[in-house]
Design a protein around this ligand. Structure first.
Ligand code: ATP
Ligand code: MG
Length: 564
């Protein structure tokens, strides 16, 4: 991808000004730093678009993909691969700048030892609970650890033995020596290293001490020569520590941290912990379940990278937390698919109709427009015959006044075909359910012919029963029935999962042109929404995911209540 967003934001302005002023030697280097402990979601997409976008904006700019893999117990190569795949699918390229924080473990250890030598770090032997107790509160200063004044020699020796594996987990930590009375709790001698006898997916058992995020992250940025280190707002209070670490370590490069508000969305979950819980408890089908806001889920559901980028561009980047409506994301995929997806006819809940006056065995090939938004998409032939399926919802035996579709004695137009009239209703004698309709057609009303003067109030879609392909259709509704952002933290949020989040419709009938449609291909089912072919499809049973319905709740909201 070569284009980047058009909207400006405060971070773009800062970076452009730095670039123009020749700060950081005129270089622009950003990074996207995921921890490989889960799959990426739409919130990460915001960060990806921002970081890679900044690199594209500025001549010579580059964005690194760096795995912040400093936590051995939660990380996995499965996530490393999935993350790379997703960033590429979103349309971004890190060129040869693929990095792993775990590759810096040796360098980080050396930086830590240098800090000890300068008297700026010490080995503490308090327990985790004691450290917490000594830390103080927002209103009270902390207390110095009794181990704070160990000699440089003793600290170096203990740190060496920590690395060697002489001590069990939790017995010692390395801490920065800053200020236990600082009003910023992050500066009260933060922990830089912990002992953890655990094997790491890349470094195996080479290490049994692992650097804390607040130590590894700024130094990884500095080692790579990152100029602008963009992170989410919760790290604002960590910035003084970020700056302290790079300054005291004396790295050749001094990256600058800038914070922005993370993306939150209604009626879905975005925390990796919660997403993992859904996957592990099998409350969803996997990381790519189309109900999830993961990139893999959105992709399987039929989202395009273009729509996700346009959405990220539109929401912009700000310094204040906000919750974005799911309907806004839906608006962008609708706009994109409206332009590019071929129209087809599909009947989700079929009701058989017989056209009594249409000759038995006759088949007409009717011409249907593939995409009214794109004349170059051309037309296709759709077979018409005596027995058809229409949507069950398009018929009512006893319709209210405002119902203009099919009913006994009423007329409708069949899309691309004829005007038909319902002349008889067949029911199951036991249940009373309508099983079949009898209709007549008016041969003079064929679509596209000049005599078609007669107007009816509704046009409905249909498929020819003998030609249709049977399909399964999966409809998706919000994953949650409550808005988690308004909910107490301690509540078991899984009780708020929407039991109707997935509706599986079987026995659907789709037009024959969909036979053999490629996995992942996208269509508009006329009047019903945008659909894409799911990975679970079989050659004789295509499965379609509804990406989004046609109703655009967002543009209705934007137009205001008066036009409803
Ligand atoms: P964790 O709780 O494990 O840190 P995380 O969602 O922050 O989870 P990371 O892998 O650390 O996951 O995220 C990589 C990058 O994506 C970080 O720079 C982070 O700030 C950014 N990011 C994560 N979630 C969002 C979000 N909702 N909106 C915008 N950016 C996000
Ligand atoms: Mg994070």
């Amino acid at each position: 991808m070569t284009d980047s967003s058009s909207a400006s934001n405060f971070i773009r302005d800062i970076v452009a000004a730095d670039h123009a002023a020749g700060k950081h030697g005129g270089r622009v280097v950003t990074r996207f730093p995921p921890e490989p402990n889960g799959y990426l979601h739409i919130g990460h997409a915001k960060s990806i678009c921002l970081n890679f976008g900044l690199a594209l904006d500025n001549p010579g700019g580059i964005c690194h993909l760096r795995f912040d893999d400093t936590n051995p117990t939660t990380e996995d190569p499965e996530y490393v691969n999935a993350i790379q795949d997703d960033v590429r699918w979103l349309g971004f390229d890190w060129k040869d700048k693929l990095f792993f924080a775990s590759d810096y473990f040796e360098q980080l250890y050396v930086y830590a030892r240098d800090l000890i030598r300068k008297g700026m770090a010490y080995v503490d032997s308090l327990t985790a609970d004691e450290i917490r107790g000594y830390r103080g509160t927002l209103t009270e200063p902390g207390k110095n650890s009794p181990y704070r004044d160990r000699s440089v020699e003793e600290n170096l020796e203990l740190f060496r033995r920590m690395r060697k594996g002489d001590f069990p987990d939790g017995t010692h930590v390395l801490r920065a020596k800053i200020d236990m009375a600082s009003p910023n709790i992050n500066l009260r001698d933060p922990v830089l290293y912990r002992i953890r006898h655990a094997s790491h997916y890349r470094t195996d058992n080479t290490w049994c001490i692992y650097p804390a995020y607040d130590f590894a992250h700024p130094l990884s940025d500095a080692i790579e020569g990152v100029t602008h280190s963009i992170c989410t707002l919760e790290f604002e209070d960590h910035r003084p520590l970020y700056d302290w670490v790079v300054k005291e370590a004396g790295t050749p490069h001094r990256p600058q941290q800038i914070e922005f508000a993370r993306l939150n969305m209604t009626y879905t979950v975005m925390s990796k912990r919660k997403l993992l819980e859904l996957v592990e408890k099998k409350l969803v089908a996997g990381w790519d379940d189309p109900r999830l806001p993961t990139i893999k889920g959105l992709r399987r559901r039929g989202y395009t990278p273009e729509a996700i980028r346009a959405f990220c561009d539109h929401i912009g980047v700000a310094k204040r937390d906000a919750v974005v409506e799911m309907q806004l994301l839906e608006h962008f995929i609708r706009e994109d698919l409206n332009k590019r997806s071929p129209r087809v006819m599909a009947v989700l809940k079929p009701l058989k109709i017989v056209i009594d006056n249409y000759p038995e065995g006759k088949v007409e090939e009717l011409e249907a427009v593939n995409n009214p938004e794109d004349p170059s998409a051309g037309t296709r032939a759709v077979p018409f015959s005596r027995t058809l399926y229409i949507e069950r919802d398009d018929f009512l035996e006893d319709p209210p006044k405002q119902f203009f579709r099919l009913a006994p004695g009423r007329e409708v137009r069949l899309r691309y075909a004829y005007i038909i009239k319902c002349v008889g209703v067949t029911k199951d004698p036991r249940t009373g359910d309508v099983t079949e309709l009898h209709c007549t057609y008016d041969p003079s009303t064929k679509s596209g012919t000049s005599e078609t003067q007669r107007k009816v109030k509704a046009t409905i879609h249909w498929v020819s029963a003998d030609h249709a392909v049977e399909a399964e259709v999966r409809l998706y509704n919000p994953l949650l029935r409550a808005d988690l952002s308004k909910m107490a933290e301690d509540r078991d949020w899984t009780t708020d999962l929407n039991p109707q989040s997935l509706e599986r419709l079987t026995g659907c009938q789709v037009e024959p042109s969909l036979k053999g449609a490629a996995l992942g291909s996208r269509f508009q089912f006329e009047r019903l929404g945008y659909f894409c072919v799911d990975l679970d499809s079989k050659p004789d049973l295509p499965i379609f995911n509804r990406t989004v319905s046609l109703k655009d709740a967002w543009s209705r909201i934007e137009r205001g209540p008066s036009t409803r």
